[in-house]
Design a protein. Structure first.
Length: 163
C-alpha cells in the first residue's frame, strides 16, 4: 500500500499520531502549513476556535505531493470547536477530488470527534473512506501504546482498502 499521511498540528499531538501512521504503513508525511496566520498565545487560541466553528478556510502552502499518486491518503486534524481545522478543510477542498481512498484521523481533548469526520467525509465525497481513528491528545504522548493501536488500525485500513 502506497500511503500518504497529511496533517495539520498546532501543538504537536496530531504530528505524533501522523508519524506513528507513516512509520506503520511505510508512508510519506506531508505537514500542512497556514500562510500569514498566527495561532500562538491566547489570541491565536481564540482565533482557532472561532475559525473551526465557522468552518473557515485559509491559505495554505502548496502541498509537495499529489494525492492522486497514492493508494490511500491518510488525513488528520486536531478537533477545533467540534470540527476540523481550517488548514485541513482547505486541503480537502483543494485535493479531496483527487483521492481514491481516504483514511481519516483526528486528535482531541474531549471524548469524540464531534462533527469532524462527518465534515471530512463530505469534502471527499468521491473517495472511498477506508478508516477513521480518533485519539485523545493525551494518549498521543504514550509512544508504545500509540504504536500498537496505530499498527492494528493500519491493518484494518489495509484490509478495507484491499491494498
Ligand atoms: C481552538 C481550539 C478548539 C478546540 N476545540 C476542541 C473541541 O471542540 N473538542 C475537543 O475534544 N478538543 C478540542 N480542542 C483540543 C484539541 O483538539 C486537542 O488538544 C488536539 O489534540 C490538539 O492537537 P495538536 O496538538 O495537533 O494541535 C481544541 C483546541 C483548540 C486549540
Amino acid at each position: 500500500m502506497k500511503g500518504l499521511v497529511v496533517f495539520f498540528t498546532r501543538t504537536g499531538k496530531t504530528r505524533k499520531l501522523a508519524e506513528a501512521m507513516a512509520s506503520a504503513c511505510g508512508g510519506e508525511l506531508e505537514e500542512l502549513r497556514e500562510v500569514g496566520i498566527h495561532r500562538e498565545g491566547i489570541g491565536g487560541w481564540l482565533r482557532a476556535g472561532r475559525d473551526g466553528m465557522r468552518q473557515r478556510t485559509v491559505t495554505i502552502e502548496p502541498a509537495a505531493r499529489r494525492a492522486a499518486d497514492y493508494d490511500v491518503v491518510f488525513v488528520g486534524s486536531p478537533v477545533w470547536g467540534g470540527n476540523l481545522c481550517p488548514a485541513v478543510r482547505t486541503y480537502l477542498k483543494e485535493a479531496g477530488g483527487d483521492m481514491k481512498r481516504v483514511a481519516l484521523f483526528c486528535t482531541m481533548d474531549g471524548k469524540d470527534d464531534g462533527g469532524t469526520f462527518a465534515s471530512m467525509r463530505s469534502l471527499v465525497a468521491s473517495a472511498r473512506v477506508v478508516g477513521e481513528l480518533a485519539v485523545r491528545g493525551r494518549d498521543a504522548g504514550d509512544a508504545e501504546a500509540l504504536r500498537t493501536r496505530v499498527a492494528d488500525w493500519i491493518d484494518d485500513v489495509r484490509r478495507a482498502a484491499g491494498a
